[in-house]
Design a protein around this ligand. Structure first.
Ligand SMILES: [Ca+2]
Length: 262
């Protein structure tokens, strides 16, 4: 796999792609908790467009190559936070094979396992409860953190937490946009955070766009936040973080330009 101005060029089968990064921050201490690596098409198309452009039997290959590229790029950028990688459940036909390839890539790059987190996306539609439990346990056994992505989309079932025991849940942006501004929504968030804490699970709020939304979520016990308020996804760099209420330069600028020969 090589990188050029038009993106990563996979060895075979999968289309060219690019990688964007968006930080997940801790608003209590103004630290960067993780950077999520986001897939983009060669022309900046969304992940949905990119994945929609490949045949179903190539999804696993593309997903795997995205993970390897994100790890490689993170090493070159000098990433110090966790790296959060999306794991498309429906593309992972053979989890143990995907795991072996991920481990091999991490080993080749000397990437510490404990610095990796996997966001399991579209888990509701695809995985049976048993398979999802096994899936999370398998990744945890290797020292990786696991997150359930898009939690709260459509419905919000706290029983899922005790059943699957992920390290982290990521609250969907549609949920975090509305719930903090509504008394019933705030009660749901409080209960969710309480249950998560009891189970040793962290909560991340996605889609944080305003200082007021951030403050309410923090007051409700969710200091780990991600959204345009702090940084938009940036292509092939670790973007600087804008901390609300801070007029000066960010305390933890992670903006590192990267250029490589193709
Ligand atoms: Ca995600």
């Amino acid at each position: 796999m090589t990188f050029s101005h038009s993106g990563f060029q996979p060895h075979s089968g999968a289309p060219a792609f690019r990688i964007a990064f968006q930080p997940i921050v801790d608003v209590r201490c103004h630290q960067i908790f993780a950077h999520e690596a986001l897939a983009r098409g060669a022309q900046g198309e969304s992940a949905a467009t990119l994945f929609g452009s490949v045949p179903a039997d190539t999804l696993g290959l593309l997903d795997q190559q995205l993970r390897v590229a994100a790890m490689s790029l993170s090493r070159r950028l000098g990433l110090r936070s966790m790296l959060s990688l999306n794991l498309f459940a429906q593309s992972d036909g053979c989890p143990s094979l995907a795991m072996r390839r991920t481990l091999a890539a991490a080993d080749a790059l000397a990437f510490p396992y404990e610095q990796l987190m996997f966001e399991i996306t579209e888990w509701k539609a695809v995985l049976s409860p048993k398979r999802l439990r096994d899936f999370i346990a398998m990744y945890r056994d290797f020292g990786f953190k696991t997150a359930l992505d898009d939690f709260g989309r459509g419905y919000c079932n706290v029983e899922l937490l005790s059943e699957f025991r992920p390290d982290i849940i990521k609250l969907d942006d549609e949920f975090t946009r509305v719930a903090p501004h509504d008394a019933r929504g705030r009660t749901i968030i409080r209960n969710l955070v309480s249950t998560a804490r009891h189970l040793g699970c962290d909560v991340v709020a996605e889609g944080v766009e305003t200082a007021q939304q951030s403050e309410i979520l923090n007051d409700l016990g969710i200091p780990l936040q991600q959204g345009y308020l702090f940084a938009r996804p940036a292509m092939e760099i670790l973007p600087s973080v804008a901390w609300p209420g801070h007029a000066g330069p960010p305390r933890h600028s992670a903006s590192i330009r990267w250029s490589v020969a193709s």
